[in-house]
Ligand binder design. Structure first.
Ligand code: MG
Length: 97
C-alpha cells in the first residue's frame, strides 16, 4: 500500500470524530515533545510526534465534509491575510527607523 492508501484505510476505519480527537491528542504530544526539545531534554522525539500530527491532519482532511472544508479554507485565507498584514506593518515600522 502507498502512504496515501494507508492513510485513507485508517481514516475510513476510524471516522471523523475519532480522527479529530486523535489530532488534538497528537498536537498535545507534539507540543510537550517540542518544549522538552527546547529545554534540551529530548532525544528527537518531537519529530515522531510531528509525524503523528501530519498523519492525523491528512486523515481529518480526507474525512471532512465539503461544508467544513469551505469553512476551514475561509479561516486559512483570513488568517494568512492577517499575518501578511502584520509582516508588512513590521517591515514599514523597520523602514521608518
Ligand atoms: Mg504521538
Amino acid at each position: 500500500m502507498k502512504v496515501e492508501e494507508k492513510i485513507r484505510y485508517i481514516a475510513e476505519h476510524n471516522g471523523l470524530e475519532k480522527a479529530l480527537d486523535k489530532l488534538a491528542e497528537e498536537c498535545a504530544e507534539y507540543a510537550a515533545a517540542r518544549i522538552k526539545h527546547n529545554l534540551g531534554e529530548d532525544n528527537g522525539e518531537y519529530l515522531e510526534e510531528l509525524a503523528d500530527v501530519f498523519i492525523m491532519r491528512a486523515e481529518v482532511q480526507l474525512l471532512m465534509p465539503e461544508e467544513m472544508k469551505c469553512q476551514i479554507s475561509e479561516e486559512i485565507n483570513r488568517k494568512l491575510d492577517r499575518q501578511i498584514e502584520r509582516i508588512q506593518d513590521e517591515i514599514s515600522e523597520r523602514n521608518k527607523i
